[in-house]
Design a protein around this ligand. Structure first.
Ligand code: SAM
Length: 227
């Protein structure tokens, strides 16, 4: 299957903050699926649509746009409906993109859709590629020239809810040789070494000692995935 489904992060509402990888995916796709909050499926107030229009104009290309109704208060059936449209669009067009604001890994519908795809269309899931992007909070930090974390400080991402929820934890900036005994997985722990370099390694679990400075551990929360 050469056909691919790209989950494309567009960045925080500034077309210049899209990545080259995301731009190339949009240029190479045969159609682009665009979420809209409008039940009439128009794009008048859609930020994603505005970013796409700016990119089309600047880089001289255009693609058919497929609206996906994405209500503010969503239910499982809304994601099911979106997955059906994605699946139909792939059959009609071949390779397509789905676009999301900021980064796909941060509170994006992308992973609700991927959960359904994994169960109901495993082959399509295998042909799906997620392209990361600049988050809204990276942009906010840059705007006012204040770091999110520096030195020995940590950074917390807190959903504004009236209850306590469990976290995904990112461990980074280790010293080579650091013992990882104190890191106890609460969810699914993965290690990422030398990402995007020839010696990249990604594996479930952890090594007893950190071998490379370019190591990240992420303990993915597996409990709080509902809306
Ligand atoms: C559903 S989350 C999506 C987050 C996005 N995926 C990201 O990487 O930033 C939406 C929330 O992100 C924040 N957000 C996203 N874009 C923003 C922007 N342009 N300005 C301020 N906050 C923004 C707001 O807190 C908003 O309620």
């Amino acid at each position: 299957m050469d056909t691919k489904l790209y989950m494309v992060s567009l960045g925080p509402a500034d077309p210049e903050l899209i990545t080259l990888k995301a731009l190339r995916a949009l240029q190479n796709a045969h159609a682009i699926c665009v979420p809209t909050k409008s039940p009439e499926l128009h794009f008048e107030t859609s930020i994603t649509h505005g970013i796409l229009q700016a990119l089309f104009k600047e880089f001289g290309f255009e693609k058919p746009l497929i609206p996906l109704f994405s209500p503010m208060k969503f239910q499982h059936k809304d994601w099911e409906a979106q997955v059906k449209i994605l699946n139909d669009a792939i059959k009609t067009y071949g390779t397509i993109c789905y676009v999301t604001l900021g980064d796909a890994g941060v509170y994006s519908t992308v992973y609700y859709l991927l959960d359904i795809l994994k169960k109901e269309h495993p082959s399509l899931y295998e042909h799906c590629v997620v392209i990361p992007g600049v988050t809204s909070f990276s942009q906010a930090s840059a705007k006012i020239k204040k770091p999110l974390c520096l030195g020995n400080s940590r950074f917390e991402l807190v959903p504004l809810l009236d209850k306590d929820v469990s976290s995904t934890k990112v461990y980074m900036r280790p010293k080579t040789g650091t013992c990882t005994k104190a890191i106890e997985a609460q969810g699914e722990l993965f290690t990422f070494e030398n990402l995007n370099l020839p010696s990249e390694q990604i594996f479930k679990g952890k090594k007893e000692c950190i071998e490379h400075y370019m190591t990240l551990l992420i303990d993915f929360n597996t409990h709080e995935h509902s809306s």
